[in-house]
Design a protein around this ligand. Structure first.
Ligand code: X8Z
Ligand code: ZN
Length: 601
């Protein structure tokens, strides 16, 4: 409008007039288009937020108290959300506007793209397919969340399985517990077969190659690009992994009084999926120090860590509406046992679902979940429309809590809390070794390797269900260097014992990216802000670190993640920081492993 009247005042100039008219016409056109997009997005954001909330509330009830009534309500709410998100009118308008993307503001384009990704989860151009998917998702979640494991005919909880794997030194007992942890697979396999096809079906409805392709589209990447990125992580970290693998199998063979194996038997490791090699470095095992603390103390202490860095306190409703602790003796309710954090209303209703016990695993998981909570809080502001109240990408969301989990393991900080005694002498190599094993390096070969490649096979390559378990263990052997205690035939579906395979499909590479990002952010923080060595630093009570992280978080999904990363750290996505962090460990391992055959090939 302003340009038009300005051009009117220069009507006498003759030569300039046609030029100005041309400009003003295109500005009018794009202003009209931008107005149309703004109007559409005002409505779309409001409706999305309202239905997102209805759906979250219903899902929350179903996850924290599995009953037929809660399942039915969750299915209905899921359909209501899809009825809007995937509405043909929404799809049409978003596509029509995106045909003129160059004339729209970047933040408008991002919202429209996100609206289309949401639509692809439940495209109502094919309502029967969407309804079938939602019904199957609800059923699968119900089976997963209510599954009762048993050991020697007695029920055993997931926490009990983890605690036994952490403490038992009897290989027969360990094998029985490990096998018990795989009981849910056969119960989940039929639902997963159905869901594979339904998920691929919805993704294809809007032109995505398959469900894996739809998920990686959230990164602005293709399946091939994501797989090659994940392979590059493994290539960069393989020398370190081979050294760790060699060191660990010697250590465990000695512990269990066994000959040194080529591949590590899965039941020798303390994690059900060998994803994190915890509890191997005795000197860095903090579990004994958490004895006598309460689960409530764990969550409060995690909140304090964030508050100390200048983040606000969690909203009061976090404490009243979350479900943070294991079921009490005699409670018959069934709830999901994995950690999660929910932005229920895309506003201030933030809740976490956990089963916190006072041990290292839950100490770390609590810091992870609060990372999500603080990300939600940071981007809940008027400048970030509800559609973009997401991480820069999903890995950013996962990486924040992982970073704080890394920071909260610093001996100096743990001493200040009184977890470690004041006279505790931390051995740097022990801590570095534990960091690598328990939180970072084997995790890459599990997340980038086994999980990502298996899911790509089932979604993008149509792997037949008769080959699912064989392929799973082929990948565990090839990528992780781990083998099952006995043959695992197709009567099992060991992949499905992992939560995410069921309820967070084609997502797991995000945790690998998060691990790489964690070291990039850490590297930047220690060098530029703390000016401390990466392996011996303390973020506690440092508001500058908090400010740096909040700056990244407050953007939500309003900018491309590559730009956010480059602006924050000066670097593109890279394993450089991770490899450098573990350099002193690499040297130490090479000495320890001298004369030993390295690797398993
Ligand atoms: O699932 C989680 C979080 C919830 S987003 C507890 N994590 C992955 C897992 O447990 O497998 C955190 C790291 C890996
Ligand atoms: Zn998470």
């Amino acid at each position: 409008m302003k340009l038009l009247s300005d051009s009117a005042s220069s009507r006498r100039t003759g030569v300039i007039l046609p030029l100005l008219l041309a400009i003003s016409t295109s500005v009018t056109a794009s202003t009209a288009l931008q107005d149309r997009a703004d109007q559409f997005l005002n409505l779309a954001n409001e409706a999305y937020r309202a239905l997102y909330r209805v759906n979250s509330e219903a899902q929350w009830a179903a996850m924290t108290d599995v009953t037929p009534a809660h399942d039915a309500a969750s299915e209905t709410a899921g359909k209501a959300l899809a009825a809007f998100n995937g509405n043909p009118a929404v799809i049409r308008e978003a596509k029509a506007l995106l045909d003129h993307r160059s004339e729209l503001a970047p933040i408008t384009v991002r919202q429209l793209e996100k609206a289309l990704l949401n639509a692809a989860e439940g495209p109502m151009t094919n309502p029967e397919l969407v309804a079938a998917r939602i019904a199957a998702e609800t059923q699968q979640a119900s089976t997963l969340n209510s599954f009762v494991f048993s050991l020697r005919d007695k029920p055993i909880t997931a926490n009990e399985i983890d605690n036994l794997l952490q403490s038992s030194t009897d290989l027969a007992e360990r094998r029985a517990v490990w096998e018990a942890s795989k009981q849910s697979g056969p119960a989940l396999k039929p639902g997963l077969i159905k869901l594979r096809d339904l998920r691929n079906g919805v993704a294809r409805e809007l032109g995505h190659s398959d469900y894996f392709g739809l998920q990686v589209a959230g990164y602005g990447m293709s399946t091939a690009e994501m797989l090659s990125l994940q392979q590059s992580f493994m290539r960069d970290l393989k020398p370190l992994y081979l050294q760790l693998h060699t060191w660990v199998k010697h250590k465990l063979a000695q512990k269990y009084g066994q000959p040194v194996p080529k591949l590590i038997p899965a039941h020798w490791l303390n994690n059900r999926w060998s994803q994190n090699w915890v509890g191997i470095v005795e000197a860095a095992n903090l579990d004994p120090y958490f004895k006598g603390r309460s689960a409530e103390w764990i969550v409060k202490t995690a909140e304090d860590f964030y508050v100390g860095m200048g983040f606000p306190k969690l909203p009061a409703t976090f404490w009243t509406l979350s479900d943070l602790y294991p079921l009490k003796q005699g409670e018959t309710r069934k709830k999901n046992t994995h950690g999660s954090c929910w932005h229920v209303d895309l506003g201030n209703d933030i809740r976490s679902l956990m089963s916190v016990e006072p041990n290292t695993q839950w100490f770390e998981t609590t810091h992870h979940e609060l990372g999500h909570a603080y990300y939600f809080m940071a981007y809940t502001r008027p400048e970030v429309p509800p559609l973009l109240r997401i991480g820069a990408n999903p890995a950013f969301h996962e990486g924040m809590g992982e970073l704080i989990s890394l920071a909260s393991g610093s001996p100096a900080y743990l001493q200040s809390l009184g977890i470690l005694p004041a006279d505790y002498k931390a051995d740097e190599i022990d801590f570095l070794l534990n960091d690598a094993l328990a939180n970072s390096v084997p995790f890459i070969f599990w997340s980038s390797g086994t999980m990502t490649h298996w899911e790509a096979d089932i979604y993008a390559r149509g792997l037949s269900p008769e080959q699912w378990n064989a392929r799973w263990w082929q990948y565990v052997r090839e990528f992780q260097g781990v083998e099952p205690p006995t043959q695992r035939g197709e009567e099992y579906c060991d992949a499905a014992t992992k939560t995410h395979i069921n309820d967070n499909p084609a997502y797991y590479y995000s945790y690998a990216v998060a691990t790489v990002l964690k070291f990039q952010f850490h590297d930047h923080i220690v060098r530029r802000i703390l000016k401390q060595p990466p392996q011996r630093c303390n973020y506690a009570k440092n508001a500058e670190v908090g400010g740096f992280l909040r700056n990244v978080m407050r953007k939500g999904g309003t900018e491309d993640w590559r730009k956010v990363l480059r602006e924050a750290t000066g670097e593109d996505l890279s394993t450089r920081a991770m490899v450098e962090y573990f350099k002193p460990l690499m040297t130490w391992l090479q000495e320890q492993n001298q004369g030993r055959p390295i690797g398993w090939e």
